[in-house]
Ligand binder design. Structure first.
Ligand code: RIB
Ligand code: CA
Length: 314
């Protein structure tokens, strides 16, 4: 079982892996609410997909609609990975749920102010989180922790050096990394170690519940799409971030200054991570960027087991 059952808000852009993250969080966390953001696909789709996922799983979790576009960057999407609607080619029922509000930022700020020990897990572009910090300068301090799926100390996916969530709204990410330290960065360094195969999809299909079959189809679509891009398996990035909060002992992390590149012609959206060894012996001097917990490794098999167990148990 999870080490703790943390109270969380999940900020997300469903998205295939976001949908599995919602299901995983519902099992291991007290999922206080979901906020949606433009990202993998447009805000209408990400919001509908969050509602559909909670509807299929029978979850009475409020969904609050958030930002429809990045702070400054042009609106881009990841439909080539997630499909036009954001849930691949998965057939979904007619939507019967509706949003709790149109104002994710108010919900984030009010919840952080009124709920003790509330953790924020953000697995999409950080637009809502940056707007919450602008609306309430105490937002980060009111939270027990902030964990993001985003960034990469090495490499990238949407460019050679940038990960999609940071790249899609780098100005928002820069605000978080500068003003909300320390956060936990669950980046590609670790999510690319937790790869799902078709066998996990087949296992969930055999579970046979509506939500397990739904998740099985999400996994299957993700797996085949990743294989088309030459990957050996499907990283379920966002659910990996959930397990990092509920089962922290399965991950290794260390603290490093991290800054978000905004100007580079080839490096915009890069999470520049200072891994110089001598920094460990010194207090980070004032002229270094704020330091954050960078996650490097995971017990991948156990993480995958926990995600599958969560979905099968709903
Ligand atoms: O780079 C992976 C991240 O981008 C995941 O959160 C995925 O859902 C997409 O938003
Ligand atoms: Ca996401």
């Amino acid at each position: 079982m999870a080490n703790t059952r943390p109270k969380i808000i999940l900020d997300c852009d469903p998205g295939l892996d976001d949908a599995i993250a919602i299901l995983t969080a519902a099992h291991y966390c007290d999922l206080v609410g979901i906020t949606t953001v433009n990202g993998n696909v447009g805000i209408d789709h990400t919001t509908n997909n969050a509602l559909l996922t909670t509807q299929i799983a029978g979850l009475d979790v409020p969904v609050h609609r958030g930002a429809a576009r990045p702070l400054i960057a042009p609106t881009m999407d990841a439909a080539r990975i997630h499909g036009e609607t954001g849930l691949g080619d998965v057939k979904t029922p007619d939507l019967t749920r509706s949003i709790a509000s149109n104002n994710a930022v108010d919900f984030l700020c009010e919840s952080a102010r009124s709920i003790q020990d509330l953790h924020l897990i953000a697995v999409g572009p950080l637009t809502n989180v940056a707007l919450a910090l602008r609306q309430d300068p105490d937002f980060a301090n009111n939270l027990a922790s902030i964990t993001i799926m985003g960034g990469a100390a090495r490499g990238g996916n949407v460019t050679a050096v940038a990960e999609f969530n940071v790249w899609a709204d780098p100005e928002a990410a820069a605000i978080i990394f500068t003003e909300a330290a320390p956060i936990t960065m669950v980046g590609l360094d670790v999510t690319h170690q937790v790869l799902f195969g078709i066998e996990e999809a087949e296992h969930l299909a055999k579970v046979g519940t509506e939500v397990a079959i739904f998740a099985s189809q999400l996994l299957e679509f993700t797996y085949h799409r990743c294989r088309e891009f030459g990957m050996t398996g499907a990283p379920i990035h966002d659910a990996t971030a959930i397990i990092c909060v509920t089962h922290p002992h399965l991950y290794e992390r260390s603290r490093h200054p991290v800054s978000v590149e905004l100007q580079g012609e080839h490096t915009r959206g890069m999470t520049v991570t200072d891994m110089r060894p001598f920094l460990e012996s010194l207090e980070f001097s004032d002229d270094l960027p704020a330091a954050h917990d960078v996650v490097w490794t995971a017990d991948a098999d156990t993480v995958k087991e926990h995600i599958i167990t969560a979905v099968a148990a709903l």
